[in-house]
Design a protein around this ligand. Sequence first.
Ligand code: PEP
Ligand code: MG
Length: 383
Amino acid sequence: RLESDKINENIPAKETFTDDKVSVDLMVNINLLSELDSAVIMNAAGVGLYRSEFPFLVRNSFPSDAEQTRIYSILFSKMAGKEVTIRTLDIGGDKMVDYLDNGDEANPELGLRSIRFALRHPDIMEQQLMAILMASADADPKVNLRIMFPMISSIDEFRWAKKMVISCCEKLNGGDGIELNDNEQPGNEKADNGKTGSEKPDSGKTGSEKPDNEKADSGKTGNEKPDSEKIKIPKIGMMLELPSVVEIIDDLAKEADFFSIGTNDFVQYMLAADRTNERVAQYYAPHHPGVLRSLKRIADSVTRSGKDISVCGEMAKEKAFIPFFLGIGIRKLSVNKQFLFETQKCISSWNIEDAKQYAQELLAENSVKGVLDLLNSDHIDKA
Ligand code: PEP
Ligand code: MG
């Protein structure tokens, strides 16, 4: 090896291939903009998951229209020409925002979190979608923008969320947008909190944090068309994180442009084991046969439909599961930047036939211990 090669030892190659030269898209998960520069240096093929709630979590008041647009503009300029998947706000559960009063819940992980929160507060969702779309319209060079909704449990929620994106595009193109009747909205039919569904939560905000003032601050009404060309509807997809999607995945695949499996939540909800509760950590078992077989069913259905599917939960970086995902047909993984190198190394050590065999062996086990024993055998020492 040349000395100059050594310097780059831990930088992944630009493209990722299995040992038998099958291409795999190795994407990066991003929480904060500060991670972008090193993700670019680390040759991430694009952003597989931008956790858009993080800029909301680190502030002490609600980001204005202008601030939100600025965040997405930076994201797009750093990732110019690449695929960028922005997940809409995933607030609640383990990601509570102090300045939003989301009420007291006995079981926040099963509560008004994620897409449920966004659907209950459509003005917040619309503000975010507008900011994303405006920033992408102005991005030069363009990015391949994809908007992804978290924690979707039903086709109804996805349809509603998708309608909101299309409505925002129409508004930004000078139209009226689609009429969205709150009463038909999933989750709002039974809303008994007296809210119309279009109010922001009571948050004890100060005057300067009020939504009306935000619009004034930004100098934009939120409905103005940017100077550039007409706004196109981006690809719209969803995270697969709840057990309910397994049975309806064929139907979802007819409506969504793409999917990403959020294994962190998928495991939590599949096994009813709070991902943050140490006391039930032993029940939080990604290797549970029920989890693995459900993942296989999802992958089979989505690949049959020809739609794009990736994995963006922590399992995507695990040596034990990378060959499993390759073996069930997954060709796109998204991991935190510090795991890009090792993940690529592991992918490149497997060929697809071996990975299929490996996946079959795991899938054939019917006990949690059986899978674990197999994982502890020599198989995983390959990479
Ligand atoms: C997941 O649930 O796997 C995921 C990627 O989302 P988050 O960890 O942000 O809930
Ligand atoms: Mg999740």
